[in-house]
Design a protein around this ligand. Structure first.
Ligand code: ATP
Ligand code: MG
Length: 227
């Protein structure tokens, strides 16, 4: 089991007692895609933020490869669990040209790269040299989301929380991103948590789905992962 939660609970400090995530028991196996499906405000993104170590649960426990972890993550946990947001602008410094943002993970994790290897790598994501000298505001939503994904996959995480990764994008870009994710998973055995309010997408991508209602996560079975 790559990720497992026990009674994870979260109340926002200013929420007057409302429980955003209510005793969630979630499990994720290696190479698996699990869906979190539910209406707006049901608590999906809050759970995603907890799993990614960006907020600390009010109570409950989280394990990564059997080891108890708590935010902020360090070492293998930090590298191993990543999140891709619906709005990729969140992950980029608006003042930096893309080249600076794309080299960041290589520098942080001391991974080898060269300018030409980076260019070759980015081609796979439909990104070219001209894009590298633009700031996030000078790129389209689809280009920026592909850059965000390329940056995450460069560090070879074990788990990626995908929080509505394509809901702002046109259908062609949606399919491109989903295909990149599926292809990467089949080669690297990465695990995904796919947050979506699109039932069809969840059923297409996920082996298992948790239905989320008012902070309560209930497991149900979708169709087998279409790999
Ligand atoms: N920063 C915050 N402060 C207080 N309450 C919050 C905050 N962020 C979210 N909430 C509340 O927590 C609950 C769960 O929100 P969350 O963003 O997890 O829902 P969601 O399922 O991701 O919804 P959506 O599909 O619209 O993205 C909602 O009632 C929301 O209003
Ligand atoms: Mg959300």
């Amino acid at each position: 089991m790559i990720l497992q939660t026990e009674k994870l609970t979260y109340k926002y400090p200013n929420s007057h007692g409302h429980t955003a995530v209510d005793q969630a028991d979630i499990s994720l196996h290696k190479g698996e895609t699990v869906g979190l499906f539910g209406e707006s405000g049901s608590g999906k993104s809050t759970l995603g933020l907890i799993l990614a170590g960006l907020i600390k649960p009010t109570s409950g426990m989280l394990r990564h490869n059997g080891e108890k972890i708590s935010a902020p993550y360090k070492g293998a946990h930090r590298r191993g669990i990543q999140i891709l947001f619906q709005h990729p602008e969140i992950s980029f410094n608006p003042a930096l040209i893309l080249l600076k943002s794309m080299t960041e993970p290589y520098n942080i994790y001391a991974l080898p790269y060269s300018y030409s290897s980076l260019l070759e790598y980015l081609k796979h994501y439909g990104l070219y040299e001209e894009h590298l000298y633009r700031t996030p505001a000078q790129l389209s939503g689809g280009e920026l989301q592909r850059a965000a994904l390329a940056r995450i996959l460069a560090i070879q995480p074990e788990v990626i929380v995908l929080d509505e990764p394509t809901s702002m994008l046109d259908v062609i870009t949606q399919v491109q991103i989903m295909n990149i994710l599926k292809d990467y998973q089949s080669k690297n055995n990465v695990s995904y948590i796919l947050i979506s309010h699109n039932r069809i997408l969840c059923e297409k991508m996920c082996g298992r789905i948790y239905k989320v209602e008012n902070g309560v996560f209930t497991e149900e079975y979708g169709r087998p992962t279409d790999k």
